[in-house]
Design a protein around this ligand. Structure first.
Ligand code: DSN
Length: 450
């Protein structure tokens, strides 16, 4: 596949950057739980001429001519989304997860309405009402939390909902490692008359494959990105469930209008094609195996890390993700570990933990996951080894501690980065990581670049 020939001759600078990123992904372990590697078929759809078209509106109701084939591709994507999630209505036009969530507000809430969502430092998402986000400023946001053990605090959620009577409640998060109790959320939302929106961005691939409970019976609306466990292009979708239509027969129309003309202009038709291809892949039997392996791998990685004495929030995982509690190494230690793992070609992200003792900027945890490694074909034996490497690198950071005085932090981190760059143990891990990655090539046809 000579995907890069033209760009190589026409724009060497950008071609070189893509080549460097390709090398980084081939030779490293991509463990950010919201990332994945798409198939060549999805890449081809994304790189297709469908990027050239304008198609404001919806199938057979467009504001531009020449949309007969765009109608076909959007209709296929919609039908596949409905089948994959068992819902009567799907909108595949949101540019990504955040715009999808904003459309839910635009459809259901007025400025000043009460909304409830999972608190950001407890693992929630910006668009679920965080104070620095538009949704925390325009609506009256009442955040709910997880308990000290890392599990959702359903008692608190019920009591806040009864007290504040939200118009809209979110269930879903970006750093929650246990199964979402959709049924319990639905009981609370129904009791207070709220709409329940399930943001399943992280777990949508697991839901399609049946390895995580589906919210379709419990929520009124489901939003998702398409590029995490679903393994499609970067994009978003909003689904309206039968329960949603029973509560409000106009709900599908409200959602569609909120996306267009409410928030967006022309949909990205090449992305729509990529989403259609990814949904087709996700509906195949081998995707079930893939998703089941993602979870098995996460559990194997959790076991390996815990055997090495590393503390995990909730002592394990039900899904694709793990959250390491680094407080035994010091508050804010996630900063050091993310950097040290980068040096070992293991890509993760620092993250807050429940009852975070410091801040989202200097968090005390590390978030990691298995979707991308599983796409490469790695299984339990590799997870056990990777757990040992991660624990080794974490231990190499134990002499470092964030200075109590904030102005001293940047200088200290600079010195740390230099120190870790020269660390022999971390470099030994990197050499072993590269050797492992060579056994699981990703896009070998891109060798044209080398
Ligand atoms: N950035 C996403 C994640 O990493 O979970 C959330 O939007």
């Amino acid at each position: 596949m000579d995907r890069m020939q033209d760009i190589e001759s026409s724009d060497r600078e950008v071609a070189e950057i893509i080549k460097k990123e390709h090398n980084r992904t081939e030779e490293g372990l991509e463990m950010i739980p919201s990332e994945n590697f798409v198939s060549k078929a999805v890449l081809q759809a994304m790189g297709s001429i469908l990027t050239n078209k304008y198609s404001e509106g919806y199938p057979r109701k467009r504001y531009y001519g020449g949309n007969q084939f765009i109608d076909e591709v959007e209709t296929i994507a919609i039908e596949r989304a409905k089948k994959a999630f068992g819902v009567p209505h799907a909108n595949v036009q949101p540019y990504s997860g955040s715009p999808a969530n904003l459309a839910v507000y635009a459809a259901l809430c007025r400025p000043g309405d009460v909304i409830m969502g999972h608190n950001l430092p407890d693992g929630g998402h910006l668009t679920h009402g965080w104070k620095a986000n538009f949704t925390g400023q325009v609506y009256k946001s009442v955040p709910y939390h997880v308990k000290a053990d890392g599990y959702l605090d359903l008692e608190e959620i019920r009591s806040l909902a009864e007290e504040h009577k939200p118009v809209l409640m979110w269930v879903g998060a970006t750093a929650y490692v246990r199964e979402f109790p959709f049924e319990e959320f639905a009981k609370i939302a129904d009791d207070v008359g709220a709409y329940l929106a399930a943001d399943i961005a992280h777990i949508s691939g697991l839901v399609i494959a049946g390895v995580h409970k589906s919210p379709a019976k419990y929520a009124h609306i489901i939003t998702t990105t398409t590029h995490k466990t679903m393994r499609g292009p970067r994009g978003g979708m909003i689904m309206v469930t039968q329960k949603g239509l029973d509560k409000d027969p106009e709900l599908a129309t409200k959602i569609d209008r909120a996306i267009f003309p409410g928030l967006q202009g022309g949909p990205h038709d090449h992305t729509t094609a990529g989403i259609a291809v990814a949904l087709h892949e996700a509906l195949q039997p081998d995707f079930k195996e893939y998703a089941a392996q993602v979870v098995k791998n996460a559990k194997a990685l959790a076991a390996s890390l815990m055997k090495e004495g590393i503390k995990l929030v909730t002592d394990g995982t039900d899904n694709h993700m793990l959250l390491i509690d680094l407080t035994p190494f010091g508050k804010g230690h996630g900063v050091f570990v993310q950097e040290a793992l980068d040096e070992a070609n293991i890509t993760t992200n620092k993250n807050t933990i429940p009852a975070e003792p410091l801040s989202p900027f200097y968090p005390s945890g590390l978030r990691l996951g298995t979707p991308a490694l599983t796409t490469r074909g790695m299984k339990e034996p590799e997870m056990e080894q990777i757990g040992k490497w991660i624990a080794t690198v974490i231990r190499e950071t134990k002499a470092y501690a964030l200075p109590a005085s904030k102005p001293e932090i940047p200088g200290y981190l600079k010195a740390f980065k230099e120190g870790i760059k020269g660390n022999k143990t971390v470099h030994d891990v990197r050499a072993q990581v590269v050797a492992l990655c060579k056994k699981f090539p990703l896009y070998p046809e891109f060798d044209i670049l080398h």
